[in-house]
Design a protein around this ligand. Sequence first.
Ligand code: SF4
Ligand code: SF4
Ligand code: FES
Length: 216
Amino acid sequence: MKNIEIKIAGKPISAQPGETIVHALWAVGMAESVQTGCAGGVCGACTVTVRYADGKPGGTELACMKPVEEGMEVFPCPVEPDKAVEPVINPDALTLQSVFPTVNRCTKCGSCTTACPMSIPVMDSVMRMQQGDFDAVAEDFTTCIHCGLCRFVCEDKVKPHNMGLWVRRSLGKSQPELQMADEDLNLIEKEWQHLMTDDKQERIQRAKTFREKGSQ
Ligand code: SF4
Ligand code: SF4
Ligand code: FES
């Protein structure tokens, strides 16, 4: 089948019809142009925006799932990681406001909902966060892949998905059967510190050993 041409951040590359954007990049040695994690539409690492040559509306896509199209232009959206906020037991609206003061900055522009590749009603969920309707928020964010695009597009720096994740984790932590004894938490912390060593090769080796042995 005849190859087609697509552009990655303005650079033309040749691609095979039917393959995904990520596979097209791998084939031409440009794997690092777009971040990847799962390569299966789950993790959100490969989020990009696309524009089409025929003028049909573009938008956000997962590059590991999106098939290439003639003349398609692809723009990587690197979203900086953000520091995790510790979840709490029995969260309420006031606690959320104290750890995420950004929740009240929302101007209801709707950009986050438009950007979300998982069709999550992000803006409505931010309203629910303000009201403390956390069961509904947890439901809203069930399919969130943490691509970070809702944070990326938010002019008011509201951080919707960080808050959604915090709500889900806090509700989980509030389940009595999931509350862990201090010694178990200490062991987990110790194992985590062991695995998160700064040296990349050493980190990979430790993770491999841990997976094989089930302990350090
Ligand atoms: S993009 Fe930001 S300001 Fe706009 S609706 Fe979403 S959270 Fe609110
Ligand atoms: S809610 Fe935000 S982080 Fe989650 S999938 Fe949608 S855009 Fe990505
Ligand atoms: S690499 Fe995980 S969603 Fe694409």
